[in-house]
Design a protein. Structure first.
Length: 553
């Protein structure tokens, strides 16, 4: 025995049941009997016979009816169970993003962080390091079953599996071109990739943390520089302020003296004007009283001559009032002119004061300007560091999400353990394969694992209308795993070695040659007739075929 065959023989082998029951009241308790009889009836129903519309010539013969096990490898690693197509017809292309080497970036980041200048230069050179278009890489995993629906379906039914040796009838087990070493190599690729992806995530997180801590550290360093600049200039400015203070005091004193002098001069010129204004105002008031008095006197006189005399006095008083109004107007103008002069001279003195103080404080202003310029340079460096750090952290965050999505895809390739027995095993999915022969030509029909259910209304109607009900007895148990039957048909057509193996297994495990099954099938056919799955005509045809195909001892 070769080493490979010895290794396979030592691996536990299990098989899933072909059929299950929806309702025990609808199917005989002798499940195997019913199953075999139904398969036999179905094969007879599908056999070409003379007289059928599509039939060509002579009868088609049933060469064999065999239960064949499709191999599925279960292989565990840590807490993951991988499922492999034993015929090695499946292939899964696992794609993942290709990103710039994170470790190279991280090592460069660490080595440049000793000096702020080299660190800032490194960031500036690597702002686009992770911006490159991320291409996809592909790992071809031959034989791996990775479709999530098929994995979930298998996972939910694997507990039904029982040991191959516990089967009541012989089962032909298809050999697997896969072996343990090839499966381990495939799983090793998956594990290596997962480890790489996890390492990338760790390094990405480490890079994010390092960038954040470095930024905080260099911000503190730059803030210390700003504080140092402020302290240095504060001392120089304080010294200069002390030196300039007496000069500024003298300048202010001179300004105060000039303001006082200006005020006195204006007041000196305005006093006579205010006196004149008062005199004119009094005269104006006196004349207004005279006018009123003259008017009263004039209205009381009847003599026209005397009246004319008082009217003349009124006119003379009004003329005098007009002269006084003009004098008051000029007086007011002169007072306002002096006020404006005082205001303009005060503003000029103040401007000259500020200019002189500015000249005196020029060195202080220069020092303050230098201080703000130096602080601005440091702040711009802080902002640049913050901006470049944020840009890189944003890129790294996106890459973390990308890598997490890649790992999520890898995790979907496996199922969780169910039992230690099934951690590493060959699990066979049973199919009934019916081989028909006619004129040296063979035809294969594959019946997938089924749920033997109750008779639905549509099935009863079909029988009432003359249709066959027996096909309705076989409701596929699986949606995804049943697709493996297509692999058997495909391999049988294009692979001569597989074709010969299938023929040998079918012939060796042909239930038509198992004498003990004769009574089981005969009993089962009667049960199917009694339950309404076979009408009289179908039952008669099945029994006739039964008697000729399964001859008694």
């Amino acid at each position: 025995m070769s080493l490979e065959k010895k290794l396979v023989s030592e691996i536990p082998r299990f098989i899933l049941p072909f059929s299950s029951k929806e309702n025990t009241s609808s199917v005989s308790d002798k499940d195997l009997t019913t199953e075999l009889a139904a398969i036999f009836a179905l094969s007879e129903k599908g056999r070409e016979k003379p007289g059928r519309i599509l039939s060509r010539g002579s009868n088609e013969k049933i060469t064999f009816i065999s239960k064949i096990g499709y191999p599925l490898w279960l292989f565990s690693l840590a807490d993951d169970i991988f499922l492999f197509d034993g015929l090695n017809t499946s292939e899964y292309n696992l794609t993942y993003a290709t990103i710039a080497p994170v470790n190279d970036f991280l090592e460069g980041l660490k080595s440049s962080s000793r000096k702020r200048e080299s660190y800032a230069s490194y960031l500036a050179q690597h702002t686009e390091y992770f911006d490159r278009a991320n291409k996809e890489s592909v790992i071809q995993l031959k034989g791996l079953i990775a479709e999530s629906e098929m994995l979930n379906e298998f996972s939910s039914h694997r507990y039904e599996a029982s040991g191959v040796k516990d089967q009541l009838i012989d089962i032909g087990l298809l050999s697997s071109p896969l072996n343990e070493s090839r499966i381990k190599a495939t799983i090793h690729e998956i594990v290596q990739l997962k480890a790489k992806l996890e390492k990338d995530i760790d390094e990405l997180h480490e890079s994010i943390d390092f960038l954040g801590k470095s930024l905080k550290s260099f911000h503190h360093e730059l803030q210390d520089e700003i504080d140092g600049i402020k302290h240095q200039f504060a001392l120089e400015i304080s010294e200069e302020e002390a030196a300039v203070a007496p000069i500024v005091r003298n300048i202010r004193r001179e300004y105060d003296d000039r303001i006082i002098s200006l005020t006195k001069m204006i007041e000196k010129e305005q006093v006579p004007l205010h006196k004149e204004k008062l005199r004119l105002t009094n005269s104006q008031q006196e004349l207004n009283r005279d006018v009123q008095k003259y008017n009263t006197k004039s209205r009381s006189l009847a003599n026209e001559e005397e009246k004319d005399i008082w009217e003349q006095k009124i006119e003379d008083a009004k003329d005098e009032l007009c002269k006084i109004d003009k004098q008051l107007e000029k007086n007011e103008h002169d007072i306002k002119t002096l006020d404006k002069k005082r205001e303009s001279d005060t503003l000029r003195y103040k401007s000259e004061l500020e200019t002189e103080i500015k000249v005196a404080r020029k060195k202080i202003l220069d020092l303050e300007g230098s201080r703000e310029s130096k602080i601005l340079v440091v702040k711009e460096e802080m902002e640049k560091l913050s901006s470049e750090t944020k840009h890189l952290i944003d890129q790294l965050d996106k890459l973390v999400k990308l890598r997490e999505a890649d790992i999520s895809q890898v995790k979907k390739l496996s199922i969780k353990p169910d039992s230690e027995e099934l951690d590493k095993a060959l699990v066979y999915l049973p199919f009934y394969i019916i081989r028909y022969g006619k004129d040296a030509k063979n035809r294969y029909v594959i019946v997938s694992p089924s749920t033997m259910g109750t008779m639905a209304l549509s099935t009863k109607l079909k029988g009432a209308l003359g249709g066959s009900r027996i096909k309705s007895l076989f409701t596929p148990r699986f949606k995804q795993l049943n697709h493996l039957a297509e692999n058997i048909q495909e391999q049988n057509k294009k692979n001569s070695v597989f074709e010969q193996e299938l023929k040998t297994l079918g012939t060796t495990n042909n239930i038509l040659t198992m004498t003990w099954i004769r009574d089981e099938i005969e009993s089962g056919l009667l049960t199917l007739k009694q339950q309404g799955w076979l009408n009289d005509k179908e039952y008669g045809a099945a029994m006739e075929s039964f008697k000729t195909t399964l001859k008694p001892l």
